[in-house]
Design a protein around this ligand. Sequence first.
Ligand code: S3P
Length: 182
Amino acid sequence: MPVSTTTLPDNIALIGFMGTGKTTIGRHLADDLGWRFVDTDTVVERVAGCDIPTLFQREGEGAFRSQESRAILGVSAGFRQVIATGGGAILRPENVAALRSAGTVVWLTARPEVIVARTERRIGARPLLLSDEDPLARVLRMLGERGPLYQRAADHIVDTSERAPRTLAREIARLVRTGESR
Ligand code: S3P
């Protein structure tokens, strides 16, 4: 039976770097709450009619970012949703504003080594990680650029390096419900 939603926000948005578990944890969280799960990458792929690597290849990152913003704006108008975003969602202030006005924003983190190990499994699905640069150096550099943006956007921070997705989903529900500060 879904848990009580009386003290919950309208939506919960998960932000964070690639490989921090936004989609997996988001699905569990939505199940626990009896809410809809929406992944903005999936929305972009549906609208574009192709997968994200193909979209990057055909039209470039700028076109992807514009579609991503449209997806975030659209989804943010909904209610009782767990919204998993792409790792670069925080790059545009209008995305952050939309997610923050839609509900509570949770930043999922993981140690850089954990991110490298997780993302190497499906590296082809993440065009921004395909490069000649050393994977750990690249992740560290991107985390350095993006860290302050995630930080500024977040109401809560949850480290996903060690614990299982189900446990983390429960932890997020608890944090969001109690409104405990980060
Ligand atoms: C991106 C992360 C990806 C996807 C796109 C760009 C990024 O999503 O949106 O490849 O800029 O970090 P995940 O974080 O779900 O892998």
